[in-house]
Write a protein that binds this ligand. Structure first.
Ligand code: ASP
Length: 338
């Protein structure tokens, strides 16, 4: 492992933040000074690593598809020179970035591990040190060749992950897919559920701007309020529905709006508000009308992965037909259709 080289890409996030009068914020150069003080980072058993710090460090609330492209570009430019990549990122939107990169990095055959921390390195009890060291080791071991998120003790498939705690040190879960590895005394990989090495050539699909909306349903929701959003400009719309894909059917408002949106060329995908389980359009009367509009099932895909997948497919400039087919298939382990 000591002959391996890992590139750490630092985008911002709590791990390298310092205190400011307005609360924690990232500061240029600070992470490097913290890493230099961690003796384990320079232990003879550690793989060699380099740090690439972004020009502008961000709280991950400010991450957009542009930063997804910037991270992908950094991996693309350095792909042949490193055995693996660790992306340091804020936790708030880490699951979105992990999902997006999983689609963008086509035929990836090296580990890309996203991590960060809930407590900055500058504070007592920071979880940053363990998260970064274990992520580097996982990146160097090279057992996984997909985009993953490591946090606390678990290595999760990136496009299955979701942030499920604002303050816990186990901040992420992957409710519909088991962890790819667990870090105890040893790092135990669950090899049978790790994606096989791809055969094709590594390629990056960069993301273009696209207009995607998400509507989370709640009891008594007035759909009319959403009419302009739904019927005019959106390329993609994710509906976070109840249970297995259910919507209120006390009037025909929502199915009517959705049908109009689909006529206008909007790709509508139905997800569930439940962390566990899958959408089954037509299982109840309250989802049959939605199925008839031509809305697509997101099955057990997270909202994060659904948004990322829509971005990716729009950027690939797929025809509507092809998009529908791709939405119904797993492209990189993000969903179990049916
Ligand atoms: N607001 C921070 C961020 O996402 C939270 C964190 O990193 O834990 O950048």
């Amino acid at each position: 492992m000591t002959d391996k080289r890992i590139l750490i890409i630092y985008t911002g996030g709590t791990i390298g933040m310092t205190r400011t009068p307005d609360g924690y914020a990232p500061e240029k150069g600070y992470l490097k000074s913290e890493l230099d003080m961690i003796s384990d980072m320079h232990d003879s058993g550690m793989p060699a690593w380099d740090l690439l710090e972004f020009e502008e460090l961000l709280d991950s609330s400010n991450i957009t598809y542009r930063e997804w492209n910037q991270i992908a570009r950094a991996i693309d430019d350095n792909y042949d020179d490193y055995d693996g990549f660790v992306v340091l990122h804020g936790t708030d939107t880490m699951a979105y970035t992990a999902s997006a990169l999983s689609f963008m990095l086509e035929n990836l055959s090296k580990p890309v591990i996203l991590t960060g921390s809930q407590i900055p390195l500058c504070e007592l009890r920071s979880d940053g040190k363990d998260n970064i060291i274990t992520s580097i080791i996982i990146a160097a071991e090279g057992v996984v060749n997909e985009v993953c998120l490591f946090f606390g003790t678990k290595l999760l498939r990136g496009n299955r992950s979701t942030k499920n705690s604002a303050d816990g040190l186990i901040a992420f879960a992957s409710p519909n897919y088991p962890p790819l590895a667990e870090a105890g005394i040893d790092i135990d990989y669950h090899k049978s559920i790790i994606r096989p090495k791809p055969e094709g050539v590594f390629n990056v699909c960069y993301i273009d701007e696209s207009s995607i909306g998400v509507i989370k349903l709640f009891p008594g929701i007035h759909f009319k309020l959403f009419e302009p959003i739904v019927t005019e400009k959106l390329q993609g719309l994710v509906l976070e529905t109840f249970g297995t894909g259910n919507i209120p059917n006390y009037d025909a408002e929502l199915p009517g709006l959705i049908a109009k949106a689909i006529d206008n060329g909007t790709m509508v995908v139905v997800c569930t508000q439940c962390a566990h389980g899958t959408v089954q359009l037509g299982a109840y009367e309250t989802s049959s009308a939605l199925a008839r509009t031509g809305a697509l099932s997101g099955y057990n895909m997270t909202t994060e992965a659904t948004i990322a997948k829509l971005h990716y497919l729009f950027s690939k400039k797929c025809s509507a037909d092809k998009m529908r087919k791709m939405m119904n298939r797993s492209l990189c382990g993000e969903v179990d259709p049916e």
